[in-house]
Design a protein around this ligand. Structure first.
Ligand SMILES: Cc1cc2nc3c(=O)[nH]c(=O)nc-3n(C[C@H](O)[C@H](O)[C@H](O)COP(=O)(O)O)c2cc1C
Length: 328
């Protein structure tokens, strides 16, 4: 797949996820074959104000390229300015505009999915952002604000017309939040309407889900969010399947090793305290399906330091590497 002039090597992309897709997690997903990784969304207003915290989300390294920085906001001039600032200071491979976030603190400022109610403003944001930078600008949308007004196809036409180079479609409405089932027909309708690449997103938890989305929508790539948390292998599994290779699910010691690597990357990225806090969310997903998973998770979450968590995991690794293992 090509996004503008950018060659994307795999059709399986990591979705932006606030609180999860930091540099360490992105590196693990990239290692497992993610075709593009995205930062967590950052506010255009925060960037323009020069907020240091906002900028920590944008720290990037060459090993994770191609990387997209996702921005959100409601003011076309601020969005354009923020995109240019990001391009000049952080040199990502693409800028992505968030037209899909439905959380209150974003939509109450008329940003994210709220823009699906004001297509003139959405078009103006896309147009000004595209004009402000030389790298490709992509967009991520939902189906619409409510089920009474599904606008994905209209939005896709506007975005293509304004120079957006690819569209990711999460085919739920803002009113759905994460409830209801994603309506794959909406992705198919968008794909039938525009010429730019269409990326399907929503509820892909395994290879079968990815095949279903590709088959039913003819989308150019799939984007995975929650299914990658604690399971970066999902990218490799899907890619291997499409390449006709045998899919090898991770076994217990693979999971322990990946979790240890994740912790160590978090420590080098932002220090032990941060690593201790952020990893508490990841232990559950990493060890789902383990023997005595709940007990293990609790031990890790209650650990007072990251050194203590590492100690638990090293000991666990020894136990499992001595045993015959099955994939979990
Ligand atoms: C914790 C969390 C944070 C998210 N943050 C973002 C974000 O920053 N930008 C965005 O466009 N979508 C965000 N999303 C939505 C995901 O990118 C994705 O569209 C959604 O989770 C559906 O895909 P999935 O079923 O593969 O998770 C977030 C989702 C979750 C669960």
């Amino acid at each position: 797949m090509k996004i503008g002039k950018l060659n994307i090597r795999s059709q399986v992309l990591l979705a932006p996820m606030a609180g999860y897709t930091d540099l360490p997690f992105r590196l693990l997903c990239k290692k497992m074959g993610a075709g593009i990784v995205y930062t967590e969304f950052v506010s255009s207003e925060g960037l323009i104000r020069g907020s240091e915290k906002t900028e920590t989300y944008l720290i990037s390294v060459d090993d994770e390229r191609p990387v997209g920085v996702q921005i959100f906001g409601h003011n076309p001039i601020a969005m354009a300015e923020a995109a240019k600032y990001v391009e000049d200071k952080f040199s990502p491979d693409l800028i992505d505009i968030n037209f899909g976030c439905s959380v209150r603190k974003v939509v109450k400022k008329n940003a994210g999915a709220a823009l699906l109610k004001d297509l003139d403003l959405l078009g103006e944001i896309a147009e000004k952002t595209v004009k402000a930078v030389s790298i490709p600008v992509t967009a991520k949308i939902r189906a619409g604000w409510t089920h009474n007004k599904i606008v994905a196809v209209d939005v896709a036409k506007i975005l293509e017309d304004k120079g957006i180079k690819a569209i990711a479609v999460h085919p739920r409405t803002a009113s759905d939040g994460f409830g209801n089932t994603p309506n794959l027909k909406i992705i198919a309708d968008v794909k039938n309407t525009v010429k730019i690449p269409v990326i399907g997103n929503g509820d892909i938890k395994n290879t079968e889900d990815a095949i279903k989305m590709m088959d039913e929508t003819n989308c150019d790539a799939v984007m995975i969010g929650r299914g990658a948390i604690g399971n970066p292998w999902i990218f490799k599994n899907i890619i291997d399947h499409f390449a006709g290779k045998e899919t090898k699910l991770p076994c217990i010691s693979d999971k322990i090793e990946m979790c240890i690597e994740h912790i160590n990357l978090e420590i080098s990225h932002r220090g032990e305290d941060f690593a201790n806090r952020i990893m508490k969310k990841a232990y559950g997903p990493y060890f789902k399906g383990f023997p005595q998973a709940a007990k293990l998770r609790q031990k890790l979450v209650l650990a007072n330091s990251v050194a203590e968590s590492l100690d638990i995991l090293y000991k666990l690794k020894e136990t499992y590497s001595k045993n015959f293992e099955l994939p979990i």
